[in-house]
Design a protein around this ligand. Structure first.
Ligand code: URA
Length: 209
């Protein structure tokens, strides 16, 4: 799929193996997710525009580059995506942060949004959506719908583990969106968990199980 970029860096791959391990507890899981998110964010921001500036070093004038143009916002999907934000903000401290809460209604099998708080100037920003797992893709598709309705033109998704079904759903609904993922797993099981995956990402971040 041409809109999917796999972040194959060895540090990312090693840390993904650690979070898959059932013996990794919440504290380590949270720290690793934050580190993975920081490394993935480095890759997802590779195309931020630069402009040349001149500044004074202790020795002379240097012609050098700084990030220019549009500003950035990060939008974690509640609740697991929250664990990714700290690492991302370490790389881009000026980024604003929006939050989107979506749950899946088991009866209607649809994604229902229950919370959406975005920066007032979101339409002027490039947005990176963060979630640990991209399973069916319904949450990601709904999130992109909300962001496009809010006027956002440049959206990327960052997920640590994706199922092929989720990648296909996002590509079908939003072919313009780039997805950065650390690993593509085999499939979804009957409960819509990613196999082999890492279990329930929210429970593992917050220690709720
Ligand atoms: N959400 C999770 O937390 N885990 C999965 O495997 C799928 C969706």
């Amino acid at each position: 799929m041409k809109n999917v970029k796999i972040t194959g860096h060895p540090l990312i791959q090693h840390k993904i193996s650690l979070i898959r391990d059932v013996n990794t507890g919440s504290k380590d899981f949270r720290e690793l997710v934050s580190e993975i998110a920081m490394l993935m964010c480095y890759e997802a921001t590779h195309d931020l525009p630069l402009k040349e500036v001149e500044l004074q070093t202790p020795l002379s004038i240097a012609k050098t580059k700084v990030i220019s143009g549009r500003k950035v916002a990060f939008v974690p999907i509640l609740r697991a995506g929250l664990a990714m934000v700290e690492g991302m903000v370490r790389l881009v401290p000026a980024a604003k942060i929006g939050h989107i809460g979506i749950f899946r209604d088991d009866k209607t099998k649809t994604a229902v949004d229950y919370y959406c708080k975005l920066p007032f100037d979101i339409a002027e920003r490039d947005v990176i959506v963060a979630d640990i797992m991209l399973a069916t893709g319904s949450t990601a598709v709904k999130t992109i719908n909300l962001l496009k309705e809010a006027g956002v033109g440049n959206i990327k998704i960052m997920c640590i583990i994706a199922a092929p079904e989720g990648l296909e759903a996002v590509a079908a609904a939003h072919p313009d969106i780039e997805i950065y993922c650390g690993a593509i797993d085999e499939r979804l099981d009957d409960n819509l968990y990613i196999v082999p995956g890492l279990g329930d990402a929210g429970d593992r971040v917050f220690g709720t199980k």
